[in-house]
Design a protein around this ligand. Structure first.
Ligand code: NAD
Length: 488
């Protein structure tokens, strides 16, 4: 096992099976968002650093492609066992660098392991189709083949799970990989890389370069990168999609969200309040599946708002490694200021602030980036707080006269990642599913998170591409279907 950092506290890149220092001298601190403690420094790799990683991946490709798929899958079987063995340690590291609570960290690691587990079935998933006698004595078959080097650029909010949406699928289908993780919390994934070595992954199959925009640009422009996945804000997703497509690469770019949760008057308000609160305030609101706008239909608004407000007021803010903590800090000082300024703007534009988390503090951790649960009502879709992704623990309540009005209100928003409906009517739920036009739909579920076997990704301004992450889409994304027509 290699040290996570060099003597100066800068974490290394992982290239061709070696831990190597980036040649760039630019770096950023990685800090614990609850305590303010400096954990490490992350290098901002340059074009040359990225070039070395892509070269290593390209060199490893021919032998890895020829490795039988059952052997490739066995590496993932061993990795799954190691991840399970180390899950508690990984969860501690994740809470330290991200701030989420211990149970949220364990949940994230479990979701990541499920993707590794799914790729253990690659011998079956990779099979093609055959049709005999498409003409007399002529047979036709499809074979799925890998393409070469793929890359992913991932965000800070799920620094373990989101990389595992991509590289396990890419490598078990026979490709090699370069990951550019978030520069804000890259440490826990370094430990997972160490586990891939223990699992027997050959050098160069998985490479990691740390950095920011410069490293991303280098990946986008590199001719040997055949395809690229991005997860992050919509603004960047759109740029990545356009640039990668212009470079002739496969690309999927998952963006931001403003998720609407529609509550009908026939719903069970206690259950809904529990689910909606967990959705909005879980991970301090830093989830692309977090509920944001609660739309109370007809008489549902007042009771659901009161119940969520009560729950929000009772939430305990604190350091996620300690007991009895419901919500951790947000990732950084600048992000806390961003969330606070959204709340300021919400007040200025006429939203009624029922609970204000702007000045929240945790006495034992004065350097933490705290934002308390915040609740607005009288929010209109054109207000900044009703329109933009806040990515913090802020609930906004609004009213609709009917389900039709609620759907119309939701469609005025440019995003389309997830939505939920709460009702006891199957007919209403079906009608909603039919017309929602959003990719991830919860029916009496407030965080509609698809398991590894299903596609994960949004629609409208939340997604640029066609094939999503995970599920069968991942197999499609990482392979080309070759059709062979034979006569003997
Ligand atoms: P971000 O867009 O700031 O950064 C994401 C990645 O892109 C990072 O690796 C970062 O280094 C890189 N990056 C940032 N700016 C760039 C630029 N100008 N050019 C090239 N690369 C750049 O996002 P974040 O703050 O890390 O993550 C939060 C965002 O991610 C939210 O909008 C959230 O909704 C979204 N997200 C979406 C999903 C999904 O499934 N749709 C999942 C998780 C997070």
């Amino acid at each position: 096992m290699q040290p996570a950092t060099d003597k100066s506290g800068v974490i290394p890149n992982y290239v061709g099976g070696n831990w190597v220092s980036a040649s760039s001298t630019k770096e950023l601190p990685v800090t614990n968002p609850a305590t303010g403690e400096l954990l490490a420094r992350v290098p901002l790799s340059n074009h040359a650093d990225v070039g070395k990683a892509v070269e290593a991946a390209k060199k490893a490709f021919p032998a890895w492609r020829e490795t039988p798929v059952v052997e490739r899958a066995r590496v993932l079987f061993r990795l799954k066992a190691l991840l399970e063995e180390k899950a508690d340690d990984l969860a501690v590291s994740l809470t330290q660098e991200h701030g989420k609570t211990s149970s949220e960290s364990r949940g994230e690691i479990q979701r990541g392991i499920e993707n590794v587990e799914h790729t253990c079935g690659m011998p079956t998933l990779l099979m093609g189709d055959t049709l005999e006698d498409i003409a007399p004595g002529v047979d036709c078959e499809t074979i799925r083949q890998p393409l070469g080097v793929f890359a992913a650029i991932t965000p800070y909010n799920f620094p373990v799970m989101i990389p595992l949406w991509f590289w396990p699928y890419a490598i078990t289908t026979g490709n090699t990989f370069v990951l550019k993780p978030s520069e804000q919390d890259p440490l826990t994934h370094q430990q997972i890389v160490i586990l891939t070595e223990e699992a027997g992954l050959p050098p160069g199959v998985l490479n990691v370069v740390h950095g920011d925009q410069e490293a991303v640009t280098a990946l986008l422009e590199h001719p040997d990168v055949k395809g690229l996945s991005f997860v992050g804000s919509s603004q960047v997703a759109k740029i990545i999609y356009a640039k990668a497509a212009a470079e002739g690469k496969r690309v999927q770019a998952l963006g931001g969200a403003k998720n609407h949760m529609i509550v009908l008057p026939d719903a069970d308000y206690d259950q809904v309040a529990q689910a909606v609160s967990a959705s909005i305030f879980g991970c301090a609101g830093q989830r692309c599946l977090a509920g944001s706008v609660v739309v109370g239909v007809a008489d549902a608004l007042a009771p659901i708002r009161e119940k969520v407000l009560q729950r929000a007021a009772e939430m305990r803010l604190g350091y996620g490694l300690e007991e009895n903590v419901d919500m951790g800090p947000v990732i950084s000082g600048p992000h806390r200021e961003r969330v606070r300024s959204y709340i300021d703007e919400g007040v200025k534009q006429g939203g009624t602030l029922l609970l204000d988390g702007r000045e929240a503090e945790v006495a034992a951790y004065p350097k933490g980036h705290w934002v308390g649960p915040t609740v607005f009502t009288d929010v209109k879709p054109e207000m900044v707080i009703g329109r933009e992704e806040v990515f913090g623990p802020v609930a906004t309540f609004t009213h609709a006269k009917s389900l039709d009005d609620a759907v119309e209100l939701m469609h005025r928003n440019r995003y389309g990642n997830a939505t939920s409906i709460f009702t006891t009517s199957g007919r209403t739920a079906r009608e909603f599913r039919y017309r929602a036009g959003i990719s991830m739909i919860g029916v009496n579920i407030a965080v509609a998170a698809p398991l590894a076997f299903f596609p994960f990704g949004g629609s409208r301004g939340s997604f640029y591409g066609d094939l999503k992450a995970q599920g069968r889409d991942a197999i499609e994304f990482y392979t080309d279907k070759r059709v062979v027509i034979s006569r003997w």
